[in-house]
Unconditional design. Sequence first.
Length: 163
Amino acid sequence: MKSISFRLLVAALAVTLGAALAKSQTADTAPPPAPEHAFGPAGHMIAFFSKMLDITDAQKAQMKSVLKTEHATMKPLMQQTHQLDQQLRQYEEGAFDQAKVQSLVSQQSQTLVQIKVEETRIHSELYQLLTPDQQAKLREFEANREARMQQHMQEGQPQAPEE
């Protein structure tokens, strides 16, 4: 019994030592470059535009500049929404006070309206940076996506009984 435990211990040590050696051999290589995301989903937007619409480096730089500038506007709104969510959670987990919840939800809805207005303005600024061909390609993509969504929603609805 003692020899089996000893063998398992030796095997575990050998695996650990092998992993450490392998890691040390690759430590001289440079780490992979960080992804070029402006912030959160906006970085994904630039990646989408880059892949789908073949935007130029100059357009990428302009988009990053817009997103960086607008980050200062969006961040406090997002923080406010998060704080309101946390305040609402206390009424989910504790005593429910409808008047206070109503007030918090009202505040949150105003904040969400501000966020939507800012998002739409930002999207408009980004859209204006696209060439007419890129704009047409984006409109076509969005129309196709909307058609797929409509089809998906119709497939999920129960069918009316036939007479």
